[in-house]
Design a protein around this ligand. Structure first.
Ligand code: ADP
Ligand code: ZN
Length: 730
């Protein structure tokens, strides 16, 4: 089980999560230890968690080397995971301790098994509950299956612990001692629907890949509703039959609830769930059960990649193109690429599922590195919607209205038939700009270089960069004139106002992440809409992702040009994907054809024409040719360097000096561009400057970057972050 074991007293290297820059030497404890063992080691006056990371280096004063405190009960970290953390650290230029932190993000790993007091619903039927009591019951229902401690339950329900104790007295809630960390119920691979058409061959291929137990990456491509999920669940079933573990990554927590239900229906029990919305107690359970084999399927967000699987047999990255797979804070990594890395080290297949793959994945397929399976037809009778443009130049709308006459007439027709219509606008809030009509001043954030967005629902202006808020001013902060402040441009809240005025009898629902206090509330709203409790749905990009609305037959895109502005190299790709995803929401109803209408001021724009024409391969080929010509990803390599400091002169000087000392980069043929103010030049009072490094594909860029950045010592208040393969240029 170990690669190497050490006798008591032998020198071992121990990696901790402390930012120390090196693996520390310790003596193996009484009884010895082995590579990968989780250990508790003394560090100064503290005891910290660590992992045995090979032989000690012996370059430390031997008299000062201390002994490992003890070996923890957890199974050792496998060589495969250690290798993964090492390579991921090298790739993202992240210190190893920070990678280890990602892999040990559960509380209480140093504690042994024990009992704890948990709470669940009891048999007594609650009547006439107070609000607080009602919330407790709701919280327990929502987390069905996951035990909660008193503190967790009180927090989830937003009440004091005495409320819970009161319910215990009534028998509505039961208090019991339970062992910590129970295994998850086994999943039954039998069952599943009878696959049809090209689903059969696709599932066969994936099942064979799982059975082969070797690394391979496959793009599973098919429009929404074509059965991608059903197909990859067959591969998950094969994994279960083979006694291996499967990991399914989803881009957004809001999608997991729906997905978990589906897994439960297919496999007879709920799998383990891992993301930021999971309670700490449950996280610890998942971590331990993944490590001991008590969890066979994990459904989670990016960080689920760093769990200590014992027999990983499959990784699925659903909606692989989704930008939220790129972690933009802390360790900057792309979970899709890291999934491929981990699978290649473990030796298991990866499935990248998408209706609108990223150009990176498309290029890897073209280059023969990834396989590709296509699901061409939609399952059942529903068809891909027809996509048409509405030329806004011909619509002559007043300046404060955004729904064209053409679109409004289509919406009215659907509502009259009892169907649903969706209006898509990728802008949260009421209005993106608050302007003084007297002097032209636009209200900005005091800490960031960003305009503040009016949220009428909250009655505040909000900075979408840092979250700062202020009241909507009555007098202009610049010229002092009163009563001339005006909201300019539309957000979903304002669109909702227009729609309500225009369709007074329709039931209007707004889906925007900021309008819901919790993922659960959002989920409830989505379910209500799917059940038909709205006629017109207004939404931000949250609606583009995977939710099923069976009654929806019309999608209207308020501003199809929105994503094409700006200088992001992925603007065309993103707009193309987003428009197709949004359009794909319509017409899932059997026997009714859906329609998607795009309001645009530039119907002749190549990207808009590609969306209308629906010729995907032609779009990808044209986009690939442009990127190849420009030498940008995926045909060239890029790294973004963001420097920030409260002192604007200091950060520019430092960045300029770094750019001049570019010899390590030139040595590998890489060039540095900048310094330039970052597109958002100030966030939370820190001035941000960016450098961009470009290199050819195949260059060992990370090593050169490390040498380059390592030449200069960082002043205390200056921060430097290296973003390999940057996704956004903020
Ligand atoms: P995708 O993941 O591509 O969006 P899904 O797998 O979610 O597609 O399939 C869309 C819907 O069609 C789901 O409700 C799914 O259960 C159903 N479905 C797909 N394939 C089949 C099949 N072969 N038999 C029965 N239902 C199916
Ligand atoms: Zn701000």
């Amino acid at each position: 089980m170990y690669d190497r074991t050490y006798q008591a007293g032998e020198l071992v290297g121990v990696l901790t999560t402390e930012p120390l820059g090196r693996v520390l030497d310790y003596r193996a404890p009484e009884g010895g230890c082995g590579d990968g063992d989780f250990v508790e080691v003394p560090l100064g006056p503290r005891r910290v968690l660590g992992v045995v990371w090979g032989r000690g280096r012996g370059d430390w004063d031997i008299a000062k080397v201390r002994a490992v405190g003890r070996v923890l009960e957890a199974p050792p970290m496998r060589a495969e995971l250690r290798a993964f953390l090492g390579k991921a650290a090298d790739y993202t230029l992240t210190p190893l301790p920070q990678m280890l932190r990602l892999a040990t993000r559960a509380p209480g790993l140093m504690e042994g098994a024990a009992l704890r007091r948990v709470y669940r619903l009891g048999g007594a039927v609650p009547n006439q509950l107070t609000d607080a009591r009602h919330r407790v019951v709701e919280a327990l229902r929502a987390f069905a299956g996951a035990p909660m401690t008193l503190g967790e339950l009180a927090e989830e329900a937003g009440c004091g612990t005495s409320v819970i104790k009161g319910l215990v007295k009534l028998g509505v809630v039961v208090e019991e001692e339970a062992p910590r960390d129970l295994p998850f119920p086994p999943l039954d691979p039998k069952g599943g629907p009878e696959l049809q058409g090209d689903q059969v061959a696709a599932a066969d291929a994936l099942v064979a890949a799982v059975a082969a137990g070797e690394y391979a990456t496959t793009l599973l491509k098919g429009v929404t509703g074509s059965g991608k999920t059903e197909v990859y669940l067959e591969a998950v079933a094969e994994c279960l039959r083979a006694g291996r573990q499967a990991l399914v990554l989803l881009p957004e927590i809001a999608l997991t609830a729906e997905f978990l239900k589906r897994v439960e229906a297919r496999f007879g029990a709920r799998p383990a769930e891992w993301h930021s919305g999971v309670t700490m107690t449950e996280r610890r359970r998942v971590w331990k059960m993944v490590a001991t084999g008590g969890a066979s399927v994990v459904v989670g967000a990016r960080s689920a990649l760093f769990l200590p699987y014992q027999r990983l047999g499959l990784i699925v990255v659903d909606e692989e193109h989704d930008t939220s797979y790129k972690q933009e804070e802390g360790v900057l990594y792309n979970a899709r690429d890291m999934a491929v890395l981990r699978a290649s080290i473990v030796g298991c297949p990866v499935v990248l599922a998408s209706a609108t793959p990223s150009l990176e994945t498309w290029a890897n397929v073209e280059a023969g590195k990834y396989g590709r399976l296509d699901l061409s037809a939609r399952f059942g009778a529903a068809e891909m919607p027809e996509v048409r443009a509405i030329d806004m130049r011909a619509e002559k709308l007043p300046a404060d209205r955004w729904v064209s006459g053409t679109l409004a007439a289509e919406v009215a027709a659907r509502v009259a038939k009892g169907e649903q219509a969706m209006l898509f606008l990728n802008r949260r809030g009421y209005a993106p700009v608050t302007l003084c009509r007297a002097c032209g001043h636009q209200v900005g954030c005091d800490q960031c270089d960003a305009r503040m967005v009016e949220h009428r629902f909250q009655k505040r202006l909000v900075c979408h960069q840092c979250g700062a808020t202020k009241p909507v001013p009555v007098a202009c902060p610049a010229c002092g004139v009163e009563g001339r402040m005006a909201a300019v441009g539309p957000g979903v809240e304002r669109l909702a106002e227009e729609v309500a005025a225009r369709f007074p009898d329709a039931r209007v629902a707004v889906l925007s992440s900021d309008l819901f206090g919790s993922a659960r509330a959002l989920k409830a709203q989505i379910e209500a809409i799917a059940g038909g409790e709205a006629d017109i749905i207004i939404g931000t990009q949250i609606v583009a992702k995977g939710h099923n609305f069976p009654l929806l037959t019309l999608v209207g895109v308020i501003d199809a040009d929105l994503g094409l502005q700006g200088s992001d190299l992925r603007a065309a790709e993103r707009t193309f994907q987003l428009m197709r995803q949004v359009a794909g929401r319509a017409g899932r109803m059997e026997g009714r054809k859906g329609v998607a209408l795009l309001q645009t001021h530039q119907p002749e724009h190549p990207v808009i024409r590609a969306i209308l024409g629906g010729d995907e391969e032609a779009f990808w080929k044209a986009e690939a040719a442009e990127r190849r010509a420009a030498g940008v990803p995926p045909y060239g390599r890029m790294a973004g360097i963001i420097l920030s400091s409260p002192d604007v002169a200091q950060v520019f000087d430092f960045a300029g000096e770094l750019a001049r000392r570019d010899a390590p980069l030139r040595a590998v043929g890489a060039q540095v561009y900048g310094p330039a103010p970052a597109p958002i030049a100030r966030v939370r009072g820190r001035h941000r400057v960016r450098l961009l490094v470009k290199a050819e594909k195949g260059v060992a860029l990370q090593a050169a970057l490390a040498d380059w950045v390592g030449q200069m010592k960082l002043p205390a208040n200056l921060r430097l972050a290296v973003d390999i393969d940057p996704q956004s240029f903020l």
